[in-house]
Design a protein around this ligand. Structure first.
Ligand code: HEC
Ligand code: HEC
Length: 322
């Protein structure tokens, strides 16, 4: 299977990414996606009107946050790192533990969540329906005032429009540009059997949409058991969803708990997980032995990861790496 996908990525990379054409941000305000964009930035949807979705999912940072744990209403911090909400359209589930099955289901959860926006949905709808601009838009688009269903639909439409396919890697796949020697070595490593990244980070968004334990659970200082909290199945202890890697250079810090601040640290970790977490529980078999990467190979891998940044964020990426 892996060889098959390696082949697809190498030979048909271009065709795969060409499949997505419309990746512009929605501008038309009277469309579900346009309304969703407005709502994504609407602080009224939090209890004290201080926080919007975009307070944690920063549009300048590929819709992720720049700190390990984000701050919600009243200075409360989230339990996990805020992931990017780009390239969500084709995911089978959402959140690090996969507890939401659709973007519609996911969207109302942060509004209600006491550590995030802390507002009952009825109250959120009441507030929206008090505002002339929203009554007009909801009526025009959905022929109804705001309700839980169309509110969720608007968020989902906006998030579905946030697909990114305009990176150096995509240009390479479309035969429009070449990778540097280091990036190309990194790509080979990424898909090869020495670094094994492609075992889990594959397909067009660099995720297998599976749940894996990469060794960041020891039941002590690292005590988020991830997927297990949802399924209560022992086999799921310490498993988190494999995140996609598009725009990864812009979304530091990394992992469900934001414990790594740079891509270099991430690659160092994968090279020898045992060194960082000697008492990890139930790590994936593919990561049981150190990878044995040289310093140059580690640099090459990072160089490849940086080719996955969409044009729209490359300026932000350069600024944050200074
Ligand atoms: C206070 C910070 C905060 C706010 C506000 C917030 N989020 Fe999030 N978001 C998070 C965190 C933290 C997670 C990961 C939580 C987890 O996996 O347990 C997350 C996860 C998500 C995911 C899943 C991403 C994935 O990779 O599966 C989506 C989609 C999302 N948020 C959309 C939204 C929307 C829409 C809003 C506004 C209605 C919103 N968020 C408001 C912090 C926030
Ligand atoms: C066994 C499956 C697996 C393998 C192999 C694997 N990863 Fe991951 N990767 C994951 C999972 C699962 C996470 C999230 C883990 C967590 O947060 O606890 C992750 C997280 C990451 C992150 C952080 C993403 C974010 O948004 O915070 C990066 C970067 C990354 N991996 C790169 C790599 C690279 C580079 C390699 C190869 C050296 C690799 N991965 C190998 C499954 C894997």
């Amino acid at each position: 299977m892996r060889i098959y996908w390696t082949f697809l990525m190498v030979v048909l990379g271009g065709v795969l990414v060409v499949g997505f054409t419309d990746h512009s941000l929605p501008e038309k305000i009277d469309s579900p996606a346009g309304l969703g964009k407005m709502l994504f930035n609407e602080k009224l949807l939090s209890k004290d009107s201080s926080i919007s979705c975009a307070s944690c999912h920063l549009p300048t940072h590929a819709f992720a946050d720049t700190i390990a744990l984000s701050v919600g209403i009243g200075g409360k911090t989230t339990k996990r790192n805020t992931p990017s909400v780009l390239n969500m359209k084709n995911r089978p589930y959402y959140f690090w533990d996969g507890r939401a099955a659709s973007l519609e289901e996911q969207a109302l959860m942060p509004i209600r969540h006491p550590d995030e926006m802390g507002l009952p949905i009825q109250e959120a709808l009441y507030r929206l329906n008090q505002q002339a601009v929203y009554t007009q838009l909801f009526n025009k688009i959905f022929h109804q005032p705001a309700n839980a269903k169309n509110l969720a639909a608007a968020f989902a439409a906006y998030e579905s429009s946030l697909e990114t396919v305009d990176s150096k890697f995509d240009d390479w796949g479309n035969r429009l540009s070449k990778l540097s020697a280091s990036e190309e070595r990194g790509r080979q490593l990424f898909i090869g059997s020495k670094a094994k990244c492609f075992d889990c980070h594959w397909m067009e968004d660099f995720t297998d949409d599976g749940f894996k334990n990469i060794g960041l659970f020891n039941g002590k200082n690292l005590n988020d058991s991830g997927r297990f909290l949802i399924t209560h199945n022992k086999a799921d202890i310490g498993k988190f969803k494999t995140p996609g890697l598009r725009n990864i250079a812009v979304t530091a810090p990394y992992m469900h708990n934001g414990m790594f601040t740079t891509l270099e640290e991430v690659v160092d970790y994968y090279n020898d997980p045992q060194k960082t977490v000697p008492d990890r529980i139930a790590i994936d078999p593919s990561l049981q032995k150190p990878l044995g990467l040289t310093d140059r190979e580690k640099k090459d891998l990072v160089a490849f990861l940086k080719t996955l940044t969409d044009q729209r964020f490359s300026v932000a990426a350069k600024l944050s790496s200074k």
